[in-house]
Ligand binder design. Structure first.
Ligand SMILES: Cc1cc2nc3c(=O)[nH]c(=O)nc-3n(C[C@H](O)[C@H](O)[C@H](O)COP(=O)(O)O)c2cc1C
Length: 163
């Protein structure tokens, strides 16, 4: 089965730490994402500090998985690029690559939506004292501690073929 068909959001994690090698693989995959004119507008902030993860877990209703996660990854963008209107798509591609690599490494992860909600972006900047760039997404991750069964969602009705 392909990685795409194995990935699902995992929101509960074992206490076991994520190794540096695994973390590096996640970041290598993130930086291998496609981006408009190959502009790579991303930076990645790795959060291992428990107090900070706990604070981040309240930036939105859906951010709670960060509370028990051994690691959080914040994706950050700069939009002073040639193709600035494409930056959110570049960032989404990098975020998805992290999720797919996490699946490949046997880790569990969930995408926590940040951009374009200004109040979440501002709160994250303030919690992390972020001076450069804008928060795009948060990813909570760790060794999975929940059921990983996939429910296929394929729906032929959503496909139109034009010949
Ligand atoms: C832009 C975006 C924002 C999301 N935000 C959250 C979130 O804040 N909290 C959360 O638990 N899941 C979040 N998710 C995960 C979705 O809930 C999840 O992908 C969806 O329910 C489908 O389930 P699956 O990922 O297991 O296939 C988000 C996903 C995306 C793409």
């Amino acid at each position: 089965m392909s990685l795409c068909m194995q990935r699902k959001s995992i929101r509960r994690y074992e206490k076991t730490p994520v190794s540096d090698d695994m973390l590096e693989s996640l970041l290598r995959s993130a930086m291998q994402a496609p981006s408009a004119v190959n502009q790579q507008p991303w930076r990645f902030v790795i959060i291992k500090n428990k107090d900070l993860l706990e604070k981040l877990s309240t930036v939105s209703k859906g951010a709670w998985p960060l509370k028990e996660a051994p690691i959080g990854i914040l994706t950050v963008f700069k939009d002073d690029f040639k193709r600035k209107e494409m930056v959110p798509q570049d960032m989404a591609a990098a975020t998805q690559n992290i999720l797919l690599e996490a699946t490949h490494q046997g880790l569990g992860a969930v995408w926590i939506g940040v951009y374009p909600r200004a109040e979440r972006m501002d709160e994250i900047k303030s919690i992390l004292n972020l001076e450069n760039g804008e928060p795009f997404s948060l990813i909570a991750l760790g060794h999975p501690a929940e059921d990983q069964t996939i429910k296929p969602r394929f729906d032929a009705q959503r496909i139109q073929v034009i010949e």
